[in-house]
Design a protein around this ligand. Structure first.
Ligand code: AMP
Length: 944
């Protein structure tokens, strides 16, 4: 590690300019306080001769060591106490306050807007007079305190110049909200030591120009070939491409092996072609409207994801650009989930090897709540990914909204990031050198501190929201300015020519070379690896191309079941278990021994134990999942002695797969999106999100609509995510009764997902196992029970776990004489137990009750098999607890009618409904109304 950083710092031509100063600063800090510098640097400095070692030291000094040696001496001399009168001391304090003011508010004066439209109010704290200093003091020498000027004393003029250069040029630094002193100092040193403008080598700057040329070249090419066609071009924000190039290359140098990127439309095609290496020919096909995938709906070109490998100084790096819907910012937590899955696969617990980069738009970053949720998850146990590099492509306008009075209440669009104390660098997109510096510091910070960091790339959109739009209708002043404004590339090329970095001809030749490559259909991402190392990412081949099947052998030999059941109930001696929890574990031991019928919690836990034993990691998150909303799970046992947690399923066997269970923070949207991202990256795992109450998933409706239900058909991305949604009418009112089954069923088509309503412990056992044992990967939506967790009849036997399978239809359980049956009641879920109880009480042997345990894909054959013996049936009823306009009645009745028709011509047309009357709310708020409605619908099922 030490070697790696040193190599990076001293050898990389990208960084040599800035880091000499940076290392000097660190060394100074080390001399003051060795514990204040990172470990690897401390070890390195420890080996250096101390400044007071004297000439007799027998280790010959290298030039670098010599430099440190001198620096130490100077430092000691400078720290000698200064003499002076009282006024001098007071002025000294004011100078330090001035330095502090620049650190706090310099960004407000910085030149970060290429268009110069940013309204900048005066910042009085940056005036000498504000600090009772005057022009006459400019020549007086003052101590510089912690300001890294390279000397401990300097004339005030020099101090002010350095502060202006550091904090008020092309980078506006917001770091003073960070409370951790080490982090703050580290950041200050990175900027102050080089006045926020390191001198990059000619080679580096030529490379930046080349990447800018690529960024501009692609847009020019597409604009001339497809004028007026929507592509959400990058024009105005071209510096984004050298920025991404640097992040990936430098990341590779750090040993990063995978980079996962999330971003919205703007600049996406540019990233795809110039960074990820998508073949320009493929893009052209998409512009020509060719169908590029055989199955599914496909998606527009600026939503497409991509994967490739590129070469970096640290070796090959795998890049994945996540597929993205139009719903802004929702892809961020998806990216985080995918990154976490990759980190888990690599046992990369601190996130060194997989880097998330989320690219945002300014308006959406300020406006979308999911951004806040994503920041909130960034340091939590369940969701952290070792820090994310956030880039805001800040066009200073959201579609047609640019007036800050309408767009937001915060000063910057990035202010939300301060909630996690992320450093924020606002950088002028027309100053690619500054962009490069901000990028390097951002990545170094992430790798050093494993926390989120934000680069706000302040730019503009040359052609409006998209190329079919006329922006001057709504932004006349801005677009008048843009019309006259030269491109970032033109500005930079001219600067480099003026500074003698390259000739005008060389700069022009870059444009030609790029265009020729594009026309020839060559790849234009210069680091692209043509034959990628596939071991860098998950192999999805075993899971591809499977047709739908509801059947899988999920049985488990009895001996193995008993062994695992015994193990999952073991709690070590030192763990003192709370009384009610102890009873649950005692009962589980009895269930295992055959002394008690199995309940839901036992079967569910045993399903996890068996899957772990089969080599499948299990991950469960959601609100209160450790215990379970209704106290049935208790997968996490809290030691009453010291509050520590013990998770029996993590102690099943040596070397077992990972069992992860975490209570989530109180979010549905970001959390569900995260788990979607995880599940689409970890095909071998059982990944579960559980809602506290089923209807709360609607806080994450975007994730269901845009990803879970449609990701496979739009993008060919398979997903085996399981959602456990507590559902059932038990008088808890409009909000805690329904998981809005109808919404899921209405979205079902083309076998896109499975919607199941298991009613016995054995059914949930086999259903969870089926989800992973089959190679088919489809989202599974489970309407999971509440009262059934403890219902006396909702039990199973160990034999049913050992030998059974998930039954998509459960036939009638009473021993009816088939020919006597005149009515069939079809139902799903908890109402079955109410119906069965009513039938028994009323002695009705002419009515069969069948449970449809899988509502989609609808099990037509299985249902027919279960009813075909009832040859004398005269009518058929669908009974549901939900109101008429909800539940399965509308979305599924055509399937039921079709099966009824198979049994008897005309029977399908006579399918009746028994349930609550149509209602705007899912359920009544009064227990008495609930009870009456429930009684009525059960009675109706028999007597209608
Ligand atoms: P990634 O690491 O996400 O870039 O994925 C690498 C490759 O694995 C992709 O190019 C796909 O071929 C395949 N792949 C990744 N995720 C999925 C998925 N959810 N479903 C199907 N194939 C996938």
């Amino acid at each position: 590690m030490q070697q790696g950083i040193m190599e990076l710092m001293w050898r990389s031509s990208h960084v040599s300019g800035s880091n000499v100063h940076y290392v000097e600063a660190l060394y100074e800090q080390y001399l003051d306080d060795p514990s204040a510098v990172p470990d690897e640097w401390r070890q390195y400095f420890d080996e250096l001769p101390r400044p007071d070692d004297g000439p007799s030291h027998d280790v010959p000094l290298t030039p670098v060591r010599e430099q440190f040696h001198q620096l130490g001496k100077q430092r000691r001399t400078a720290l000698a106490p200064a003499a002076g009168d009282g006024e001098e001391n007071r002025k000294q304090v004011r100078v330090l306050q001035l330095i502090n003011a620049y650190r706090f508010r310099g960004h407000q004066k910085a030149n970060i807007d290429p268009l110069g439209l940013r309204s900048q109010l005066p910042v009085p704290d940056l005036d000498l007079s504000f600090h009772q200093l005057a022009k006459q003091d400019l020549d007086t020498e003052f101590q510089t305190g912690s300001f890294f000027l390279g000397m401990d004393k300097a004339p005030l003029k020099e101090i002010v110049d350095a502060l202006e250069q550091t904090y008020c040029r092309s980078i506006g630094c917001e770091i003073m909200h960070i409370v951790d002193t080490e982090e703050k100092r580290w950041l200050q040193q990175r900027f102050e030591s080089v006045r926020s403008a390191p001198s990059f080598s000619n080679e580096v700057r030529q490379h930046v120009l080349e990447r800018l040329t690529a960024a501009e070249g692609l847009e020019n090419y597409l604009a001339s070939k497809y004028p007026g066609t929507k592509r959400f071009g990058l024009e105005g924000g071209e510096s984004f491409i050298p920025m991404m190039d640097e992040l990936i290359q430098r990341g590779g140098g750090y040993g990063v092996k995978e980079v996962v990127i999330g971003m919205a439309h703007r600049g996406r095609l540019n990233l795809l072609v110039n960074i990820l290496g998508k073949n320009p020919g493929e893009l052209i096909d998409e512009f020509d409207g060719k169908k590029v995938i055989e199955r599914g709906s496909g998606d527009v070109k600026y939503h497409q994801g991509f994967s490739s490998n590129v070469m970096t100084p640290g070796g090959e790096v795998h890049l994945a650009l996540a597929f993205n819907p139009s719903h802004l910012e929702i892809v961020s937590p998806v990216v985080e989930g995918s990154v976490r899955a990759r980190q888990d696969r690599r046992d990369d617990s601190d996130g060194t090897k997989v880097l998330p980069i989320n690219v945002h738009g300014d308006a959406a970053f300020a406006g979308q709540g999911v951004v806040m949720e994503t920041f909130q998850m960034s340091q939590t146990r369940a969701y952290k990914t070792g820090g994310t590099v956030h880039i805001v492509i800040n066009n200073q306008v959201g579609f047609t909204t640019s007036n800050p009075l309408d767009a937001r209440s915060t000063e910057y669009c990035t202010d939300i990031a301060k909630m996690v104390q992320a450093p924020i660098f606002h950088v002028n997109g027309d100053d690619p050198d500054a962009v490069l510096h901000a990028t390097q510091v951002a990545l170094d910070y992430r790798q050093q501190f494993k926390k989120d960091v934000v680069i706000d790339l302040v730019c503009y959109r040359r052609r409006g929201h998209n190329e079919a739009d006329e922006p001057s209708g709504t932004q006349p002043m801005m677009y008048r300015k843009i019309k006259e404004h030269p491109s970032s590339r033109a500005v930079y090329a001219q600067r480099l020519v003026e500074q003698g970095v390259l000739s005008e001809e060389d700069a022009k030749a870059m444009i030609e070379t790029y265009r020729e490559d594009l026309m020839a259909g060559n790849h234009v991402a210069n680091a692209l690896v043509q034959e990628p190392n596939t071991s860098l990412f998950v192999d999805w081949k075993p899971y591809l191309g499977h047709e739908w099947t509801g059947h899988a052998d999920t049985s488990v030999p009895m001996k193995k079941l008993q062994r695992l059941a015994a193990r999952m109930c073991e709690i070590p001696d030192g763990v003192e278990v709370q009384r009610q929890v102890a009873k649950i574990y005692d009962d589980r031991r009895k269930m295992r021994a055959g002394g008690m019928a199995l309940n839901w919690g036992f079967a569910e836990t045993l399903a996890y134990a068996t899957l772990l034993d089969d080599g499948h990691p299990v991950r469960i998150t959601g609100q209160d999942v450790g215990r379970g909303t209704f106290s049935h799970r208790h997968a996490v046992v809290h030691n009453q002695k010291d509050g520590s947690a013990y998770v029996p399923l993590q102690h099943m066997a040596d070397g077992q797969p990972r069992f992860t269970i975490h209570d989530s923070f109180l979010s549905e949207e970001a959390v569900l999106a995260f788990e979607y991202g995880y599940a689409t990256t970890a095909p071998n795992d059982l990944v579960i999100w559980e809602a506290q109450f089923g209807d709360f998933f609607n806080g994450a409706q975007v994730v269901v609509d845009q990803f879970i239900s449609s990701g496979e058909t739009k993008w060919g991305r398979l997903c085996g995510l399981t959602m456990l949604l507590p559902h059932g009418y038990e008088g808890q009112g409009p909000e805690h009764s329904s998981a809005r089954l109808e919404r899921f069923l209405q979205m079902c088509a083309e076998h896109n997902m499975q919607v199941c309503v298991p009613t016995t412990p054995a059914q949930i056992f086999h259903l969870l196992r089926r989800q992973v044992i089959r190679k088919l990967r489809k989202p599974l939506v489970v309407m999971s029970p509440k009262s059934l967790l403890r219902h006396k009849d909702a039990t199973s036997s160990l034999d049913q776990l050992a030998e059974g399978r998930f039954e998509m239809v459960l036939p009638d359980q009473a021993n009816l004489e088939a020919t006597k049956v005149e009515r069939i009641i079809l139902c799903a879920g908890k109402v079955y137990y109410d119906l069965a109880a009513w039938r028994e009480e009323n002695g009705r042997d002419d009515v069969a009750i069948l449970r449809i345990e899988q509502l989609y894909p609808f099990p037509k054959e299985e249902l027919f098999e279960a009813i075909e013996a009832y040859t004398n049936v005269t009518d058929i009823v669908w009974c549901q607890e939900e109101p008429l306009n909800q539940g399965a009645w509308y979305p599924s009745q055509h399937h039921m009618r079709a099966v009824a028709e198979m049994l008897q011509e005309g029977l399908g047309g006579r399918l009746k409904f028994a349930g609550r009357p149509a209602s705007a709310a899912p359920a009544a708020g009064y227990m008495s109304v609930h009870i009456e409605q429930q009684r009525q619908l059960v009675e109706d099922a028999f007597n209608l």
